[in-house]
Design a protein around this ligand. Structure first.
Ligand code: GDP
Length: 326
C-alpha cells in the first residue's frame, strides 16, 4: 500500500487530494497544526480514514516526527498561509510558513530519505501568483516570475528551493504552478466563495448587498477537484518536473457576478454590489491566464469543469447549506 503525507490537509486541496488518494487505495497521513484546530473535526468527518499527525511547517522536528511516523513514499506540501490580501499585513508570518516552511519540509524529506533521496516523491504547491506583474500572456513554466505580494514572493522562494533540491540532491521534487482553483470548499475570504455565499444569501432574503474590491481583476479559475488529479499525476512520472495547471480561460470579477446572480434569477447585480477600498489591494495581479500545454501533453491532464458550471456548483452548494440551516 502506498503511503502519502499531506501538509495542509485541512484546506480545500488537502481534502480533495485525500479523497482522491484514498480512492486509489493509498494510506493517507495528514499534518495538522495547532491545539484544538477548528478544522480537525471537518477532516475527521469528511475523510475519517486519514491518520492525523500534529506538526507545523515552521517546526522542523515536528516534520521529522510526522515523516518517521508515516514513512511515506509521496509527500504533498499544500500547507501555506494562502490568502494574498492577508499577506501584506502579515508578511513575516507568510514568509515563515509559505517560504521557509518549504525549506523545512524539503530538508525533513531529504534527511528521512537518507541514502536514497529520490525514494520519496515530493510535490510543492506553487502558484500563479508567482507571475504577478505578468511578463507574458498566457503564462507558462518558463515565464519570468514577478510576484506582486508577500504571498507571491514566498511562493517563488518555495518554487526555486524545490527545483534546487531536485538539482542538488537528485530528489524527485516536482512543482505544480496552479492557477486559481475553487470549489464549494473554498475559504470564504476568496472572491469566488465570497460571491457564491452572498448570492445564495441574497436570493434567500438573508443579505442585502455584497461589498467588493476591484471588479476588473481577471483570473483563470478551475475546479479544485481537477487540480489535485494533476498533482498526483506529476508524482507518477519517472522524472520530476514543473507544470502549469490552468484552464487557459480568463474571466473578470464582473463575469463571476454575472454568472452567479443570473443563476439565481437576478439579471442586474449592480444594485446589490457596492465597492469599498477596504477590499482593494496595494498591488494587483491583473491578467492571469495559464498555458498548460505541457501538463496536457506529458500528464494527459485536462480540466473537466467549465467556469460557469463551477460558479453554479458553488452557488447551489451555498444555497443548499443555507436552506438546511447550516
Ligand atoms: P487570489 O488570486 O489568490 O488573490 O484570489 P482571491 O479570490 O482572493 O482574489 C481574486 C481577485 O479578486 C483579486 O484580484 C482581488 O483583488 C479581486 N477581488 C475583488 N473584490 C474582492 C473581494 O471582495 N475579496 C477578494 N478576496 N478578492 C476580491
Amino acid at each position: 500500500m502506498t503511503r502519502a503525507l499531506i501538509t495542509g490537509i485541512t484546506g480545500q486541496d488537502g481534502l480533495y487530494l485525500a479523497e482522491l488518494l484514498l480512492k486509489k487505495g493509498y494510506e493517507v497521513h495528514g499534518l495538522i497544526r495547532g491545539q484544538n484546530n477548528p478544522r480537525r473535526e471537518l477532516v475527521e468527518k469528511l475523510v475519517p480514514e486519514v491518520h492525523l499527525h500534529n506538526g507545523d511547517l515552521t517546526d522542523l522536528s515536528s516534520l521529522m516526527r510526522a515523516l518517521r511516523e508515516s514513512d511515506p513514499q509521496e509527500v504533498y506540501n499544500l500547507g501555506a498561509v494562502s490568502f494574498v490580501a492577508f499577506s501584506w499585513e502579515n508578511a513575516f508570518v507568510t514568509s515563515d510558513v509559505t517560504a521557509l516552511g518549504v525549506l523545512n519540509i524539503l530538508e525533513a524529506v531529504r534527511l528521512h530519505a537518507g541514502d536514497d533521496p529520490g525514494s520519496i516523491r515530493f510535490y510543492q504547491a506553487s502558484s500563479s501568483e508567482m507571475f504577478g506583474k505578468v511578463h507574458e500572456v498566457p503564462q507558462k513554466e518558463s515565464t519570468l516570475l514577478w510576484p506582486r505580494s508577500p504571498y507571491g514572493v514566498s511562493k517563488v522562494y518555495g518554487h526555486y528551493m524545490t527545483i534546487n533540491y531536485r538539482e542538488s540532491y537528485g530528489m524527485h521534487a516536482s512543482s505544480g504552478i496552479l492557477f486559481n482553483h475553487e470549489s464549494p470548499r473554498r475559504g470564504e475570504e476568496f472572491v469566488t466563495r465570497k460571491v457564491s455565499k452572498a448570492v445564495a444569501a441574497i436570493k434567500l432574503g438573508r443579505q442585502k448587498e455584497i461589498v467588493m474590491g476591484n471588479l476588473d481583476a481577471r483570473r483563470d479559475w478551475g475546479f479544485a477537484g481537477d487540480y489535485v488529479e494533476a498533482m498526483w499525476r506529476m508524482l507518477q512520472q519517472d522524472e520530476a518536473d514543473d507544470y502549469v495547471i490552468s484552464t487557459g480561460e480568463t474571466h473578470s470579477i464582473e463575469e463571476l457576478l454575472d454568472v452567479a446572480f443570473t443563476h439565481v434569477g437576478i439579471d442586474d447585480w449592480r444594485p446589490y454590489v457596492r465597492q469599498d477600498p477596504r477590499f482593494m489591494r496595494p498591488a494587483e495581479v491583473d491578467l492571469l491566464i495559464g498555458d498548460s500545454t505541457k501538463a496536457r501533453e506529458v500528464l494527459d491532464w485536462k480540466p473537466t469543469v467549465a467556469f460557469p458550471d463551477l460558479v453554479k456548483m458553488m452557488v447551489d452548494s451555498d444555497l443548499a447549506a443555507l436552506q438546511s440551516g447550516w
